[in-house]
Design a protein around this ligand. Structure first.
Ligand code: UDP
Ligand code: MG
Length: 317
């Protein structure tokens, strides 16, 4: 039997890129021995993306779309695509040609060899902005230190996963899943291939510094409660220091050299005020996550789709 390959592409204001990537994928897949479907997830675009996709899908029977009710962000758009895909394996990639379609045949080859996850590692790219390179390096350093998983530097959301893993992921009731981490956590046989990223075909990066920062914090906090331990260690550390300080205070009091000491008091107040606020913030984020999870809201809402006989029931929303 011929295997079906689902290719998922999240798109946020990518009207110019969509015709290009779909025709590039068409060329790659037509020469392969697989059936394929391309699922474009329109993540609440405000440009003409929705119209472009609909028009293209009338001419191209391989092209399916899911239109989300608003901008939910890259990760949830990917989740929506995975929930709706019917393929024996699912490949996710960006819309902008930075993930070269020519890599797909080698990913499929590894899948045929029995790997359930074929992920990709981006080679360092001189064209990439300094900011992006530094923030990305920092992100992987922090997450590997704090969270209990190991993510290699440069793992993007360009990967192939087997149907079995997609089905496992579908069962997760996690609010706002961090896919990159979850896939590592699930395990199975995983294979990494490196690739040279392409140039963004049209438009600008949709990942603002704010979105990247929020992904980073989310990535760390959804995988580990270690930041809470940090609060405990800091508290213990400063209690220990105060034990050294108290004899000095007593000595100053009894020897009558005690001074008004405005500067040291203010500095201590400011320092510990800041420390307490940040520790409270860490606890607050976790409380917030519990709050969101107990609401049990759907991760995303679909506004329109041309996928029929969905394996995923959107009617329940
Ligand atoms: N994207 C999305 N929702 C968002 C932001 C980005 O679906 O809120 C999509 C975007 O259209 C692209 C992919 O995620 O297909 C990666 O985004 P981008 O290329 O802007 O990020 P970069 O490559 O600069 O990290
Ligand atoms: Mg990109």
């Amino acid at each position: 039997m011929i295997s079906l390959v689902s290719i998922i592409i999240p798109a946020y204001n990518e009207a110019e890129n969509i015709p290009h990537i779909t025709s590039a994928l068409g060329k790659t897949m037509e020469t392969s021995r697989y059936e394929y479907e391309i699922i474009i997830v329109n993540d609440g675009s405000t440009d003409s993306t929705a119209r472009v996709i609909q028009e293209l899908s009338l001419q191209n029977p391989h092209l399916l779309y899911i239109e989300l009710s608003k901008n939910y962000g890259h990760q949830l758009a990917l989740k929506a695509g995975m929930d709706h895909a019917k393929g024996d394996c699912v490949i996710s990639m960006d819309c902008d040609m930075q993930h070269p379609p020519e890599m797909i045949p080698s990913m499929l080859e590894k899948w045929e060899e029995g790997y359930e996850v074929v992920y990709t590692l981006r080679k360092d790219d001189a064209e990439q902005s300094r900011r992006k390179r530094i923030t990305s390096k920092l992100f992987y350093k922090v997450i590997n230190k704090i969270a209990n998983i190991r993510l290699e530097d440069g793992t993007a959301d360009f990967r192939l996963v087997d149907r079995r893993i997609v089905d496992i992921l579908k069962k997760f009731k996690e609010n706002d899943p961090f896919l990159r981490g979850l896939l590592k956590w699930i395990g199975f046989r995983q294979y990494a291939i490196t690739y040279q990223p392409g140039q963004r075909y049209a438009g600008k990066s949709k990942y603002t510094l704010r979105k990247m920062l929020s992904l980073a914090i989310h990535g760390v906090m959804s995988f580990s409660i270690r930041p809470l331990y940090l609060a405990v260690y800091l508290g213990l550390g400063f209690s220990a220091l105060s034990v050294l300080y108290i004899p000095y205070v007593l000595f100053a009091f009894y020897s009558g050299t005690e001074v008004p000491g405005w500067a040291s008091v203010i500095m201590t107040i400011v320092f510990f005020g800041g420390l307490q606020l940040s520790v409270l913030g860490i606890i607050g984020i976790y409380v917030g996550k519990i709050f969101m999870q107990t609401k049990n809201r759907p991760n995303y809402i679909v506004r329109a789709t041309n996928i029929v006989n969905q394996s995923y029931d959107i009617a329940k929303f």
